[in-house]
Design a protein around this ligand. Structure first.
Ligand code: MSP
Length: 513
């Protein structure tokens, strides 16, 4: 049977400075979903990368006295290394300075020219280099003597230059129809309303080339112009599938993308410009754009001046990668802004990982070592309590799948950790240490049930904490290739009399001073 395909992407990051928690967050979300879909039998293509052109990068390189390409090589490498540190399972890492991407962007440009969607004129208006975005007069305000964007708060500058325009205005009704026909294209739905209202107000044509700097992909028919960095960047999602070769396997299997994971700040580009560009080029728009919320540090936006920046690499060094992955997914409800702090991180590690899931594994494995020579026991007849425990998990499976398909990872993790809590309670209530003296057969059944439960919960936790779950599987003498959702239904999977391995502490408790 051929596998179902699933394509998921992160935003491609500006290599303008050190990777931070916001970048880590977008990437972890995408990785959790990619891993979940893989263990659910999908053939997954997971893409991340760096967005290397535009004035922002050109200026940053100049500030550092570097040629822009060399500057990008260096910083893009730090994003690649962050992907390793975060244990991302990406299939590809695209850089917009690669040849394959140039080919693809040039082709899209030509398609837009051929369809009559591009014309030459002059742009005069506001531009934010930090957002690489154009703003209208009514989106600008004055603060401390500078003009800033009301939307992002970043500084804007006045631009007047010859520019090609994309006829975005002509796509207004088609976009509204597209949103209407595809009600789940923009999630969460609160964000969808923002976009729809914005489009309803009327769309202006979009400047899609610049002449006042050179760091970009030249317009094929007019080398004086470089292509607007967002038209360039968005195309990464198909250049990584070898577009314009639309008959190649990658493109055929994976386009349109199932979901682009992005932050809410870049929704306009993904939910308005991107489908309009694609429709104009007679290509299919992606199936979904999910705009996650903002991560705040102690309730405030992270900034150098406030000194509240949480560095993902530092946190991973101190607490571990799975601990950070788990915490971000558990703590921040995906669609909303969420505050994170070191204190909450420590509490989360102690409560959910050390005291709940970790403790469940530890006590069951140690009990088995002491009382059953590390051997998986043979179960006898299952009783009502056993069935309740087993059924709870199996019954929840469709709901858990649905939560991931709706990108509600926060609820997913809460459901899974409650299963672990209930398993701990089952172990406490049935007191196998007492059964050892009174009813060995029953003790064996309880142990068999709880071991199976650990296996199943571990499979469900794998997308969030792959490294730790591989450790649990190793202790249980199970193959990593059996970390599959379908195996959860196979209750006779653990072989009686096979041994479990020596146990290490999975999650250390942290002093929460
Ligand atoms: N290069 C563009 C994306 C192009 S995609 C075709 C870009 N890059 S970025 O490096 O500035 O940001 C990348 C992602 O990080 C965005 O999704 C943004 O929302 C996310 N975050 C940056 N800071 C963040 C937080 N503090 N919290 C959560 N995510 C935020 O935009």
């Amino acid at each position: 049977m051929s596998k179902k395909n699933y394509y998921i992407t992160t935003p491609i990051y500006y290599p303008s400075g050190k990777p931070h928690m916001g970048h880590a967050y977008s990437s972890i979300i995408a990785d959790v979903i990619a891993r979940f879909k893989r263990i659910d039998g999908f053939s997954v293509h997971f893409l991340t990368g760096t967005d290397e052109h535009g004035l922002k990068i050109q200026r940053e390189a100049k500030k550092n006295n570097k040629d822009p390409k060399i500057f990008c090589d260096e910083i893009s490498a730090t994003f690649k290394s962050l992907a390793k540190i975060l244990n991302l399972s990406n299939n590809d890492f695209i850089r917009t300075t690669e040849d394959r991407h140039y080919k693809s962007v040039k082709d899209i440009w030509q398609k837009l020219e051929q369809s009559g969607d591009i014309y030459l004129d002059k742009y005069s208006g506001w531009y934010s280099v930090s957002d690489e975005a154009y703003y209208d007069n009514d989106e600008i305000e004055e603060k401390n003597g500078s003009k800033i964007s009301k939307i992002s708060g970043s500084k804007v500058e006045w631009v007047e230059e010859e520019s090609y325009f994309f006829k975005l205005s002509a796509w207004q009704n088609k976009l509204l129809k597209f949103y209407n026909d595809n009600p789940n294209f923009i999630l969460p739905s609160s964000r969808k309303n923002e976009v729809v209202n914005f489009v309803k107000k009327g769309l202006k044509d979009l400047s899609v080339s610049r002449t006042s700097f050179t760091w970009g992909i030249p317009v094929p028919s007019n080398k004086k112009h470089v292509i607007y960095v967002w038209l360039d960047a968005l195309t990464n999602y198909i250049s990584a599938l070898n577009y314009p070769a639309v008959e190649n396997k990658l493109y055929v299997n994976f386009w349109p993308a199932d979901v682009h994971i992005i932050g809410k700040d870049i929704l306009r580009f993904h939910a308005i410009y991107w489908p309009a560009f694609l429709m104009a080029a007679k290509l299919k728009p992606p199936k979904r754009v999910y705009g996650h919320g903002w991560i705040l540090s102690d309730d405030k936006k992270m900034s150098k001046s406030l000194g509240n920046i949480l560095d993902p690499i530092e946190i991973i060094k101190n607490f571990g990668v799975d601990q950070l992955r788990y915490y971000l997914i558990k703590e921040v409800s995906l669609g909303n802004d969420g505050s994170i702090s070191l204190i909450n991180l420590k509490n989360c590690i102690n409560n959910d990982l050390a005291n709940n899931y970790g403790n469940l594994c530890q006590r069951v494995f140690s009990f088995l070592q002491k009382n059953n020579s590390s051997k998986i026991p043979k179960p006898d007849k299952f009783e009502k309590e056993d069935k309740i425990l087993i059924d709870e998990l199996i019954i929840k499976l469709p709901k858990l799948r649905k939560l991931v398909d709706e990108q509600d990872l926060n609820s997913y993790v809460k459901e899974v950790i409650s299963l672990s809590f209930n398993s701990n309670k089952y172990f406490n209530d049935l007191e196998p240490w007492k059964l050892k003296k009174t009813n060995l057969k029953r003790m064996n059944t309880v142990l068999y049930c709880i071991l199976n439960q650990i296996r199943s919960i571990s499979i469900l936790l794998y997308p969030i904490m792959p490294r730790s779950i591989e450790k649990t599987f190793k202790i249980m003498n199970q193959k990593n290739s059996d970390i599959l959702l379908d195996k959860i239904k196979d209750f006779n999977f653990l072989k009686p009399d096979s041994s479990i391995n020596k146990t290490d502490i999975l999650f250390k408790k942290i002093d929460s001073d």
